[in-house]
Write a protein that binds this ligand. Structure first.
Ligand code: NDP
Ligand code: 8X3
Length: 255
């Protein structure tokens, strides 16, 4: 049984949930976070039963700095001091359209979650990685952090910020032997589009209709592979695309 923990933000769905299953299957203990407590409880119970690992649940909104700090601090000392991997995954797009018709509340939700939330969690966790003189941070950016596409403006800006923060963290943390990996996926079939289009399932499904997207497990397997390189090897940055997507705005659809 491993003593080390991986902390995954946004474990209630999509990439975060897939990472939870894969790390648990490989005997990692987990700290699972998200806003939907019912999902966290169900997932934790399933993984504890299936894999006999230890699981901590932290129910907070990454946009609330005090909740982030209090939640991380509330973990038992032996859990905090054994965090080896942080997966900064919680994030979202809200809306898609020209800048002049953008909704300010949508912009704020994206900026507060994707940039500020990632910063709050990182600041709360890094002291424990530093104590161990090693650790690994994964920041989930996007192809939207490498390119800009029509109607993607603010979401793309937040993911460009994540890309920049990955580079900056790598510089700041190199002396502590902490690895930082930026993960930039293309279109993946998760709850992402349902959230982006505010529950409109028809529009969300039309994103993937006639198109063969990435699945959450594809990203989880990539993260797991990167996390298991020898200590002297860091994979800094990965762009992972569906074969049917040539760039952010070029999706090959058969219908
Ligand atoms: P999902 O919507 O399936 O999952 C998003 C997760 O983020 C959920 O677990 C959600 O949990 C959590 N989350 C969202 N807002 C908050 C918040 N304020 N506080 C705490 N947790 C939050 O989408 P994905 O799995 O696709 O997305 C994961 C990451 O991958 C995001 O950063 C996204 O931008 C990025 N990404 C997605 C791509 C895609 O095509 N799917 C491609 C490239 C990058 P809860 O609601 O319970 O809080
Ligand atoms: C999600 C992928 O291309 O819809 O980050 O922005 S995309």
């Amino acid at each position: 049984m491993k003593t080390k923990y991986v902390l995954i933000t946004g474990a209630t769905s999509g990439f975060g949930e897939a990472c939870s299953h894969l790390f648990a299957k490989n005997n990692w203990n987990l700290i699972l976070t998200g806003r939907r407590l019912d999902r966290l409880e169900k997932l934790a119970s399933l993984l504890i039963t299936e894999y006999k690992i230890k699981v901590e649940i932290l129910n907070f909104d990454v946009r609330e700095v005090e909740a982030v700090n209090n939640s991380i601090e509330s973990l038992p000392q032996n859990v905090k001091s054994n965090i080896e991997i942080l997966i900064n995954n919680a994030g979202l797009a809200v809306g898609r359209g020209p800048i002049d018709t953008g909704i300010v509340d949508d912009w704020e939700r994206m900026i507060d979650t994707n940039i500020k939330g990632l910063l709050y969690v990182t600041k709360a966790v890094v002291p424990y990685l530093k104590q161990n003189k090693k650790g690994h941070i994964f920041n989930i950016s996007s192809i939207a952090g490498k390119e800009v596409y029509p109607g993607g403006n603010v979401y793309c800006a937040t993911k460009h910020a994540v890309d920049a923060l990955s580079k900056a963290m790598r510089i700041d943390l190199v002396e502590h032997s902490i690895k930082v990996t930026n993960i930039a996926p293309g279109a993946a079939d998760t709850e992402f589009s349902i959230v982006r289009f505010k529950g409109d399932k028809d529009v969300a499904e039309s994103v993937y209709n006639g198109f063969n997207p990435l699945l959450a497990i594809d990203i989880a397997e990539t993260i797991y592979f990167v996390a298991n390189r020898p200590q002297h090897v860091t994979i800094n940055d990965l762009v992972i695309m569906p074969t049917a997507q040539a760039s952010a705005a070029v999706l090959w659809k058969t219908e």
